[in-house]
Design a protein around this ligand. Structure first.
Ligand code: CA
Length: 220
């Protein structure tokens, strides 16, 4: 899962980035509204953390532009103060959730997990596919109740499939959602991760659709 953080306070931006990286997300950052809007328009994100008070273009305007351009990724806004009208403007502009500064990083993580899950159509934090389950709050993977150890990248790939069961995911989509923009992307590694997941979990857990991509669980 790949997240964009738009925040001009660099200490906070670094802190949020670090916490998200540690939680297993890929993270891109922007320090003003213009750069943030551009990234959100051109790169696919699973969620955005958007500060409202930003240089160049303010967060509400950025969010409105995204929604006008049919960019529908879930957005968590950061409001600087207990200001009810800022929250109302944020939701009316298309925000999915908000956090008031200062906040605890645990709460940010919980809210990010929830908006990603909800936008993929899952209400429960426990995602299941046949005998395989992923607890999105802990990153713990089990098969028939037995814990399985995955590497960070294997977990990223599995998590993307678990969130998007029942549809074909192209290799490009997968690459765009598990690596940040600075990562040296190599499509061969995707095949390696999928082979390892099949070996560690189930041989037929992830199906290959020739020329189209991969899917988890039945696809019409
Ligand atoms: Ca700010």
């Amino acid at each position: 899962m790949r997240i964009l953080v738009v925040e001009d306070e660099l200490d906070l931006q670094n802190q949020v980035k670090r916490v998200l990286l540690e939680a297993g997300y890929s993270v891109d950052v922007a320090s003003d509204g213009e750069e943030g809007e551009f990234l959100g328009d051109t790169e696919p994100y699973d969620a955005v953390v958007l500060d409202l008070g930003l240089p160049k273009v303010d967060g509400i305007t950025v969010l409105k532009h995204w929604r006008q351009n049919a960019r529908d990724m879930p957005v968590l806004i950061l409001t600087a103060r207990e200001s009810w009208n800022e929250k109302v403007s944020g939701f009316d502009a298309g925000a999915d959730d908000y956090l008031t500064k200062p906040f605890h990083m645990e709460e940010l993580l919980a809210r990010v997990r929830a908006i990603i899950r909800r936008s993929a159509g899952h209400a429960s934090p426990l995602l299941e596919c046949g005998p395989v389950s992923l607890d999105t709050t802990t990153g713990k993977v089990t098969i028939n109740g037995e814990g399985i150890t995955l590497t960070a990248h294997e977990l990223k790939v599995l998590s993307y499939f678990m969130h998007h069961q029942g549809r074909v995911v192209s290799q490009t989509e997968l690459i765009e959602h598990i690596y940040d923009q600075d990562f040296d992307r190599d499509s061969n590694t995707i095949e390696v991760f999928i082979a390892r997941l099949r070996k560690k979990l189930l041989p037929d857990l992830i199906k290959t659709h020739r020329g189209r991509g991969y899917s988890m669980a039945p696809v019409e």
